[in-house]
Design a protein. Structure first.
Length: 494
């Protein structure tokens, strides 16, 4: 069957405030969708892939009409949903006989609710798509009973919806084919924000899936909180493949917790050193899963930066988020990572349930104390499927539309703070952290390469907008005035 895998067309301002789009704009390869494309190819189907980051909806529609796919899968997260919906309806007009499916966080979180957003949709994938998408396409091709395939919500011919139930997760990640990078337009077009890489070409990898923690703002494909790991040797083999075929010089790992298996990371690092693989890499980790021995080994094996989700400088707010970490662990991990020579990225969150404005100021003080190389200050986002979204009445209220459910637009407002206070804290935090003379001088003196100076230039441009643009954190709701009655929970969307 001819299959087309699509990322919707999108603009930087769909995700970022205009003031920050230049320094935060990131083009990462959509690894998850490429995994699904690879699985379809392995099953014998003809697959075309288009990333809408580089194309307009008109161009995508024209290419779809030329290719004439029988099955179309479109990825969507919440900020991207409106663009995905428009693409579904456009494709339904020009390809009325094609099956239209969606996957990603929107489908997993909303399930049946997503079908009330558009009449063009036939299927919503409620799990990982690697196994169930080829199963669905195979069944469609053979005209078999698709309701027996777990992991889907299906709109039947009479309009009724069938949830086929929970599909088993992929337990043996080593058994999966590598993401179908060969279907991508051009690897060199994927250039992330300047501060998130040091070499090009860069590619993304996922070496584990899942997380054992239960943070209230995260969602997972099912309730089993565990991590499934690829073996260290399987990871190395993919890296060697990327070096040989795509001349990759850097890897960005997008695992929720790269260091969740201490021994696996040590084995991976040893293999990287033994084989002298010429790539740099960057990963995410929890502060309670690392020590000096591990971090020093990671540095020797090519790791140049590590992201630790700090979120708050107040212990009660960390506990509210169910982070299961302490301020002492945070301070120790950041200090140790910097000691061994790693650059450190520490995102914070404002608008935590129960958080006061004064506690937000405490988080800013901790950010300055930790003095990481890169810091971001987000607002808490109410992603469907998360504890925060499903029980929002306990914690606060939701404002705006799905497209506002990101880390920039304060779409969740706790009872203890106003929406304007959240944005005020974000603006204050950026100013207090990045406009310190000591920080500016250190960054200038440490710049060595052309890329270092590009990071400084784009960062300075965004900070200039922040300082002098009175609308830098202006809140808009896609046509809905901020003063309009706020939504109080998920039921308002149905």
């Amino acid at each position: 069957m001819r299959c087309m895998m699509l990322m919707p067309a999108w603009e930087p301002t769909d995700v970022f405030f205009e003031s920050f789009a230049d320094s935060q704009l990131t083009y990462w390869q959509p690894t998850g969708l490429m995994y699904v494309a690879a699985a379809l190819k392995q099953a014998g189907h003809e697959v075309r892939f288009i990333d809408g980051a580089f194309h307009s909806i008109d161009w995508i529609a024209l290419e779809a009409e030329k290719f004439c796919p029988e099955f179309i899968g479109i990825y969507s997260n919440l900020p991207m949903w409106e663009n995905a919906r428009k693409l579904f309806e456009r494709l339904a007009e020009i390809l009325p006989n094609a099956w239209l499916a969606t996957g990603g966080p929107t489908a997993i979180g909303l399930k049946e609710k997503i079908f009330k957003e558009t009449h063009a949709l036939h299927f919503a994938c409620t799990t990982e798509g690697d196994l169930v998408t080829p199963q669905l396409v195979n069944a469609l091709e053979k005209n078999e009973d698709i309701t027996k395939i777990k992991g889907w919500v299906i709109r039947q011919k009479d309009g009724t919806l069938v949830n086929t139930g929970i599909a088993p997760l992929v337990e043996d990640l080593d058994s999966l084919p590598y993401p179908a990078r060969e279907l991508s337009d051009d690897l060199h077009r994927y250039i992330p924000a300047p501060s998130t890489y040091i070499k090009l070409p860069i590619t993304t990898m996922i070496s584990s899936r899942g997380c054992f923690n239960r943070c209230i703002y995260c969602f997972h494909v099912n309730e089993k909180r565990k991590i499934r790991f690829r073996s260290a040797r399987n990871m190395i083999t993919e890296i060697e493949h990327c070096i040989e075929k795509y001349k990759v010089e850097e890897i960005r790992f997008f695992d929720d917790n790269f260091c969740g298996d201490y021994d696996r990371v040590m084995e991976f690092c040893q293999l990287m050193m033994d084989r002298k693989l010429p790539v740099q890499w960057y990963c995410n980790a929890r502060v309670d899963n690392v020590d000096e021995k591990l971090l020093r080994t990671m540095k020797k094996a090519g790791c140049w930066c590590i992201l630790f989700g700090i979120e708050s400088g107040v212990q009660k707010n960390l506990d509210m988020l169910q982070k299961n970490i302490s301020l002492a662990q945070i301070r120790s991990a950041i200090k140790t990572a910097k000691k061994v020579g790693l650059k450190v990225y520490t995102p914070f969150i404002f608008g935590i349930p129960g958080e006061t404005f004064e506690e937000g100021l405490e988080s800013i003080r901790l950010a300055i104390e930790l003095d990481a190389h890169y810091v971001n200050f987000h607002s808490l986002a109410p992603f469907p499927g998360s504890e925060l979204y499903e029980n929002v009445g306990k914690y606060g209220r939701i404002v705006g539309h799905y497209s506002d459910y990101n880390f920039e637009k304060a779409s969740f407002v706790p009872f203890s703070m106003t929406r304007e206070q959240i944005q005020q804290l974000r603006k204050l935090a950026f100013r207090k952290f990045y406009f310190r003379p000591s920080y500016i001088l250190r960054r200038i003196l440490s710049a060595r390469t052309r890329h270092d100076f590009r990071v400084l230039r784009t960062g300075a441009k965004s900070l200039f907008h922040l300082l002098f643009n009175p609308h830098a954190f202006k809140l808009e709701d896609n046509g809905t005035p901020v003063a309009a009655p706020a939504e109080t929970g998920p039921a308002k969307h149905t």
